[in-house]
Design a protein around this ligand. Structure first.
Ligand code: ACO
Length: 324
């Protein structure tokens, strides 16, 4: 059975950068109080990229996919599977993955979306790994992309300061060398209310509440505990010790969650990739964006063992262990 090996990565962030100070000034016009100090102390976030009106998830995803294909040195014709993880698709249908396929000029193969919110990328990568191991695909584009700013309630200071927009992608190819060496996914639907955007369009009308709502403290506790357990489980599955992991690339929600997690696992902070300070939480895009940053700046090298971890609404969480 072949391994699925990551052979390229790419990212795309919308050009508009909004600092905490700018955001605080903007919210102040709506009589919403926040500050750079509050946001940095509670979350580690200093800025976020926000898509201009009209900029869609498929556009961001396409730019990230093009960067990943270029990095892998392959053309879109060689791709026989496209999976886009997103909770902010352009349309109900067709899927964002089909739009990306058309934008890339790719033909043939399967294309579909996966919805697991901030865990979406690890869900998508695990799915691509299964397709490749089963011989159902040879070369997959796995993308996490979001315009999360479109589902934020800009009058809710408890959530709107936390998120940003962006896309990250990897190219995964069948290979005799490892590869993705272990993966595990989880969900607990009974926790759906702690993080949700419980709206929909039905009969031509928006029903429910379309904005993201969150019980921040419940999410914080669950995220740390679930990710710690998942890290142990995925290492056990691969038959390696946690200290053999060269790099942790956890979901970038909040620097305090990441620090709690690394301390709980006994992993040195300099082995953990952090981009939440400059990207904020980009949901399904956060893990591939952080992975791409660390590959391009030379921290993650060929041969390294990397743990990618996602956690988010559903409640969902999971880990992928890969040799690069
Ligand atoms: N600016 C200023 N004050 C604020 C802001 C803000 N942006 N947001 C909330 N506050 C206020 C609250 O109103 C409250 O004021 P009060 O004491 O007068 O009532 C006070 O700050 C404390 O609010 P809490 O919600 O208790 O703040 P907490 O310390 O829990 O921090 C936070 C909130 C940062 C969201 C924290 O709970 C957290 O990190 N949770 C993790 C959730 C997360 O990161 N989610 C991301 C999405 S989920 C995911 O990706 C897995």
């Amino acid at each position: 059975m072949p391994y699925a090996k990551i052979i390229g990565s790419g990212g795309y962030l919308p050009p508009r950068v909004v600092s905490n100070d700018e955001l605080a000034a903007d919210l102040a016009t709506r009589q919403i109080e926040t500050s750079d100090t509050w946001i940095v102390e509670r979350t580690g976030i200093r800025q976020r990229h926000i898509a201009d009106p009209g900029m869609t998830t498929s556009q961001l995803a396409t730019r990230a996919a093009q960067a990943a294909l270029e990095d892998a040195g392959i053309t879109a014709d060689e791709v026989d599977l496209i999976i886009v993880a997103t909770s902010t698709p352009d349309f109900v249908f067709p899927s964002t993955a089909c739009l990306v396929q058309a934008n890339l000029g790719a033909k043939g193969g399967a294309a579909f979306d996966i919805q697991a919110v901030c865990s979406g990328f690890v869900y998508a990568l695990t799915t691509a790994d299964a397709f490749i191991q089963a011989g159902r695909a040879k070369t997959a584009l796995v993308i996490g992309a979001e315009v999360f700013s479109s589902i934020l309630d800009w009058n809710d200071r408890g959530t709107c300061v936390l998120f940003g927009d962006g896309a990250g992608a990897v190219v995964v190819r069948a290979s005799a060398e490892p590869g993705i060496i272990a993966a595990q996914l989880n969900a607990d639907g009974s926790q759906m209310k702690i993080l949700c955007a419980a709206g929909n369009v039905a009969h031509g009308k928006v029903t429910g509440d379309p904005f993201l709502r969150m019980d921040g403290q419940a999410v914080f506790k669950l995220a740390v505990n679930c990710l710690a357990k998942s890290a142990h489980e995925v290492c056990e599955q691969a038959g390696i010790a946690l200290d053999e992991v060269d790099w942790m690339v956890p979901h970038q929600a909040n620097v305090r969650i990441i620090n709690f997690l690394s301390r709980k696992l006994g992993i040195a902070e300099d082995k953990v990739v952090i981009t939440v300070d400059s990207h904020a939480n980009t949901s399904a895009a956060s893990v591939p964006l952080a992975f791409d940053v660390a590959r391009r700046d030379g921290r993650i090298k060929a041969g390294d063992v990397v743990m990618l971890q996602g956690v988010g609404g559903g409640f969902t969480w999971g880990s992928v262990l890969a040799r690069i």
